[in-house]
Every structure is written in C-alpha cells, then in structure tokens.
Design a protein. Structure first.
Length: 118
C-alpha cells in the first residue's frame, strides 16, 4: 500500500468519524422545541376509571440553561354511574413554566427543572 492509498484511507475514515460531531445538537444557541406526551390520569376513587392522558408542549431556550415552556394535557372522556346517574368527565390542564436545564459535562444528557408560573 503506497502513501497515496494510506492518505486516502485516513481521509475517508476521518470523514466518517466526524459525521456524528457535525450532526450533534448545539446547546450554545437559543432554540425552540416541541414534544408530545401520553400517560394516564390516576383518580383516587374506586368508582372512577383511570382515563388516558395526552398532551403537547412547546418551549424556547433563551440560554443553554434558562427557557420558557407552555403545555396542554387533556384526557379521554370517561363515565361512571352514581346512584343510577351516569356522569361523564374529562380532564384538561394548561401550564406555563420557567425552565432550568443542567447539561452534564461531556454528554448529551441533561436534567430539567420546571417552575410552574400559571
């Protein structure tokens, strides 16, 4: 293997190794984000059925550490019977949060704390 083949092989290997770094998310700039949630509202009453919860949220990081977030969570409609009366219910929640995000050094992991404002 001559020097030009070794150089070409090293260049190709170096390009493939840098692809991950080029595709990484930059936490140094402000950035918007959106997401979805799904879960279950657990009601502390044996007469109620637990309903499925679903939601969406969106936020904006003003700095790598601080941001704001809005959220909506709703539930499926459920019903229960009390003394022969059928009652329908569903839950809806709205929220506005201030967020603090701690990014662990040398990783893509972070921990986020939401401070409810509304």
């Amino acid at each position: 293997m001559d020097i030009s083949q070794k150089l070409l092989l090293a260049l190709v290997a170096g390009c493939f190794m840098s692809v991950g770094a080029q595709a990484a998310i930059s936490y140094s700039n402000s950035q918007p984000y959106v997401g979805a949630k799904i879960g279950q509202f657990m009601v502390d009453d044996n007469d109620f059925d637990d309903s499925t919860a679903f939601g969406v949220y969106a936020g904006y990081n003003f700095t790598p550490e601080f941001g704001m977030e809005v959220e909506y969570v709703g539930s499926s409609e459920e019903s229960y019977n009390v003394s022969g009366v059928n009652i329908d219910y569903d839950f809806k929640t709205y929220g506005i949060y201030g967020t603090y995000r701690y990014v662990f050094p040398n990783t893509a992991l972070y921990s986020q704390i939401d401070l409810k404002m509304l």
